[in-house]
Design a protein around this ligand. Structure first.
Ligand code: UTP
Length: 300
């Protein structure tokens, strides 16, 4: 199978400890936290399915049940809603099932994002694949993953998603040192720097949680030593691929200028919920009205 193979598989790591959300995440993965009316992970699965990635591998840890149950059918609940004639809720419940072919693999010890991705090696095989993190939600009115898939096909390398941030914010992210690629709207990544100070940052381009990777990343991950925080970092493996030559090497970046909602920490999560609720057809009008008067009260 060649590296120009079409991307069919998505890997969704959901085995982290979610320590920033404790105690809410004591018995539940943070990917199950509700964002307006569905868990964050459902947005991510729907995003993958919307670009044709119907073979999904979820990397889970403890509390795997909640994730599996969410994407499984509950015939008794569906029957009750049907009896009541509550078709809206029935549709909402069914939206989480029938999404695709969802497989699960355990990470065991959460030894880092790179380690979680490595658990997908056997399932993915020798094909390019997407990785989606539940921390970042991409508005379904904007395109990102489909563009990244095209860039992967064109370059046969690995592709990361970047956003422009205020220079003062870059220390919260992985940062990409890039060069333009003539005639193309993607960039080549020369180097990745994890959480640099604004003075050290080579750019204001921050890495966000979407990747389309060449399968050679697995071989690199197997050789990658634990890095920052004692964890096996995906960024370190990508750094190796960016500097390497030959088949499967090279890292490219797609700069995303659409709507993205960060749900990775408490404050960002709250903002994401408010933004998405304001944009929703049923809750939006009332919430916006209430928010306006609430904000006015805060100022007084
Ligand atoms: P994060 O570092 O944001 O998640 O990893 P975390 O470790 O759960 O969060 P905090 O920092 O303790 O609050 C990004 C993604 O990678 C997954 C997480 O589930 C999250 O979706 N991850 C992280 C794993 O699957 N395994 C790991 O060992 C680490």
């Amino acid at each position: 199978m060649t590296s120009a193979h079409k991307v069919r598989k998505a890997v969704i790591p959901a085995a982290g400890l979610g320590t920033r959300f404790l105690p809410a995440t004591k018995a539940m993965p943070k990917e199950m936290l509700p964002v307006v009316d569905k868990p964050a992970i459902q947005y991510v699965v729907q995003e993958a399915v919307s670009v044709g990635l119907t073979d999904i591998l979820m990397v889970t840890g403890r509390s795997k049940r909640a994730l599996e149950d969410h994407f499984d059918r509950v015939p008794s609940l569906e029957a009750t809603l049907e009896d009541k004639g509550d078709t809206a809720k029935l549709k909402a419940v069914q939206a989480a099932t029938d999404l695709g072919d969802i497989h699960y693999v355990r990470q065991g010890d959460p030894k880092g994002l790179g380690h979680a991705v490595l658990r997908a090696k056997q399932h993915v095989g020798e094909e390019p694949f997407a990785v989606l993190l539940g921390d970042d939600l991409i508005d379904d009115r904007d395109q990102l993953l489909s563009v990244m898939i095209d860039v992967q096909a064109k370059t046969s390398g690995s592709v990361i998603a970047l956003i422009e941030v205020e220079p003062s914010q870059i220390s919260a992210y992985g940062c990409a040192d890039i060069e333009e690629v003539e005639g193309e709207d993607y960039v080549r990544v020369r180097k990745l720097v994890e959480k640099p100070s604004p003075e050290e940052a080579p750019s204001n381009l921050a890495v966000i949680g979407r990747y389309v990777l060449h399968h050679s990343v697995f071989d690199v991950l197997e050789e990658t030593e634990p890095g920052r925080g004692g964890e096996i970092q995906l960024t370190d493996a990508l750094q190796t691929l960016a500097a390497a030559e030959g088949e499967g090497s090279g890292v490219y970046g797609v700069v995303f200028r659409g709507r993205r909602y960060d749900t990775g920490d408490k404050l960002s999560y709250l903002k994401a919920v408010v933004q998405l609720a304001c944009a929703s057809e049923d809750l939006g009008p009332d919430l916006r009205k209430w928010l306006t008067s609430f904000a006015a009260e805060l100022d007084s």
